[in-house]
Design a protein around this ligand. Structure first.
Ligand code: G6P
Ligand code: MG
Length: 219
């Protein structure tokens, strides 16, 4: 049965996916590059520089490495401004209860986030003690959809991937979970996250009871 649940951060535990969107939107507006929520879906779960590349592709211009680095830090400054005000009240509804329920059952928990800001955000949310391990972008070479980040978390927890569940709001994240050989829970749109084993529209719909059933039926 399930021995570990590994969570994505942005858009799963707290709504920082919205802050990433707002920060990229501001940068794209400054660059006169069209940017909307549909395009933003492609950036979810993807690292900072890769996201920037996707935006700059649409500008039709070329940028030097230095310019790209300057633009990436500008986006990060917008983002950092937005996350300063995060408090424990910004945990998405249901998520604290779900993690506590999991831990009560003796299941271990982990975080697998592509964000270099993840340690800051979990500190602001005061959830460090709910997570048995944390893997952020600074600890891995390859980003999602590569499974490396989830596999690193399973190793740190000492649990085989087949007994691990991953929870994600991004298509690239769900792909990373599946490639790691884990059970994937998608939070969000059915079409975007169709590769997940179980899809809910919000964390409030997560229940350990239903997770057990879905997991069992998939095996
Ligand atoms: C997460 C988010 C992405 C973000 C990435 C890098 O995966 O889903 O939208 O671009 O982290 O975040 P960072 O805070 O390092 O720029
Ligand atoms: Mg996410």
């Amino acid at each position: 049965s399930i021995k570990a649940v590994i969570f994505d951060l942005d858009g799963v535990i707290t709504d920082t996916a919205e802050y990433h969107f707002l920060a990229w939107k501001k940068l794209a507006d400054d660059l006169d590059v069209p940017f909307d929520r549909e395009f933003n879906e492609k950036l979810k779960g993807i690292g900072r520089m890769e996201s920037l590349e996707l935006i700059l592709e649409k500008s039709g211009k070329t940028f030097s490495v230095e310019e790209k680095e300057r633009l990436a830090s500008r986006k990060n400054e917008h983002y950092r401004t937005l996350i300063q005000r995060i408090t424990p009240d910004d945990l998405l509804p249901g998520i604290r209860g779900f993690i506590k329920e999991i831990k009560k059952e003796g299941i271990v928990t982990g975080l697998a986030s592509a964000s270099k800001n993840a340690p800051f955000v979990i500190k602001r949310l005061k959830i460090e003690d709910l997570l048995d391990t944390v893997v952020d972008a600074t600890k891995v070479e390859k980003g999602k959809p590569d499974p490396e980040i989830f596999l690193t978390a399973t190793k740190q927890l000492g649990v085989e991937p087949a007994k691990c569940v991953g929870v994600e709001d991004a298509k690239a994240g769900v792909q990373a979970i599946k490639r790691a050989g884990m059970f994937a829970v998608g939070i969000g749109d059915q079409n975007t996250l169709s590769e997940a084993d179980w899809i809910v529209s919000a964390p409030a719909e997560l229940s350990l009871h239903e997770l057990y059933q879905r997991y069992q039926n998939s095996n």
